[in-house]
Each structure stands twice: as C-alpha cells, then as structure tokens.
Design a protein. Structure first.
Length: 222
C-alpha cells in the first residue's frame, strides 16, 4: 500500500518528535547515584521498546516515579506494572522486564517499595516513605502520566490520518477517539509553526516570544 509522503512524515514526527520514549534503567535505576539519586542521560538502548523511534528517553528517575504512582493505586507484580504502563499509553510505551525489574529492585533497596512474596513471585507495595516521595513529586508525576496519555491520543490521531479513517465527532464536535476538538489541534499546530518561523530571531525577539508564551502558560493553568 502506498501512503502519501505527508502522512508518512507527520506519523514519523508524531512518534519521533515527542520526548516520550523508552526508559533506560541500569542496576540502580539508570540515572541515579546514591540514595536520592541523580538524573542522567541513559544513552541509546539497542533492541529496547518496540514502536518507538530513537529520541529522548525516560530516565531512571522518571520510570521509578511512574512505578510508584501505579503502586499507590494497586500493589502489583512486575509484569502487571508493564501492562499498566502499556494500557495507559494504549500500547505505545511498554517497557521491557529488563527495564522494570532493576527499577523495582532499586525502589525496594531505598525503602520506597516493599515486597510481598507469593511463592516465587514478588508483589510490590508502596511504602510510607515512597508515599512521602510521591507527595513531594505529585506535579511531576501528573505531568509524566499526562504525557503518556497525550502520546497515546496523538498516535491514534496520526494512525487515522495515515489510514485515511474519518474522524467521528462527539456531541461537542470533539474527536471521539482522542477527545480533542479541532480548534485545539489547529491552535497547537499554528503555535508550533509560528515558533519555527522565528527560529533565527535575535535575542530581543526571542525574549519577546518567551514572554508571550509564558503569559499563555499562566492563562492555560488558570
């Protein structure tokens, strides 16, 4: 099947252009050193999560925070945590066991998670220290989960653009699959294009643009 170039281009942008890629965690969470850690660059992971084009990845600290956020709602086995992240992103972010289990081991070691043995399996629970850590990072966690959900919606929107599937509109004109109204999609695209067109702006113009964007942020956040 032949797809028009613009469909291919925008699908690639939708996957590769977003900073929502697979996590890399080493023995102690990839980007950590010491008890409370240091967020670092984990590099490329050959043969990692399927479906993601190379780009910025979740650091170990980000993955750990998301795992704690899931454990807050449901004590889980490792494979259940993998499934939960996959479900949250509609299958577009499904970390491998080689990423999940070192992160869980680290969380157990620093006291943010506890383990309940069920035969040969481990069920992880959020500890009180882990809950305190979550409470201190609640805004960051909400942003991470929000990005996962956004990417899932973005990819669904681009999948239908790729295949030529028509949008099904809801009662308020919103896209049933993503919940987005056309005006929001158009506004986001227009903003990106406006910023791209000013790529070579001098420092004074860059500061003027930054001030406009920050005013918009304050209005959006209320």
């Amino acid at each position: 099947m032949h797809f028009p170039f613009h469909h291919w281009f925008f699908m690639r942008r939708a996957v590769g252009g977003w900073g929502m890629h697979h996590a890399m965690v080493g023995r102690h969470g990839g980007g950590h050193h010491g008890r409370h850690g240091h967020h670092g660059d984990d590099g490329d992971h050959e043969g990692g999560d399927r479906g993601w084009i190379r780009g910025r990845k979740f650091g170990g600290e980000e993955l750990q925070l998301m795992l704690l956020g899931i454990l807050e709602k449901n004590p889980s086995h490792g494979y259940e945590l993998i499934k939960a992240l996959g479900a949250m992103s509609s299958g577009f972010y499904t970390p491998s066991p080689g990423m999940i289990y070192p992160a869980l081991t680290y969380l157990e070691e620093i006291g943010y998670a506890t383990v309940e043995l069920e035969g040969s399996k481990k069920r992880y629970h959020l500890s009180e220290e882990g809950r305190a850590h979550l409470d201190a990072n609640r805004d960051r966690l909400d942003l991470l989960f929000g990005k996962l959900k956004h990417v899932a919606r973005k990819m669904e929107w681009m999948r239908r653009a790729w295949t030529g599937q028509a949008m099904e509109a809801g009662p308020e004109g919103e896209d049933v699959a993503t919940g987005w109204v056309p005006e929001l999609v158009q506004a986001r695209q227009a903003l990106k294009q406006a910023v791209f067109r000013r790529e070579d702006a001098d420092p004074a113009e860059q500061r003027r643009i930054a001030a406009i964007l920050m005013r918009a942020v304050r209005e959006i956040e209320g």
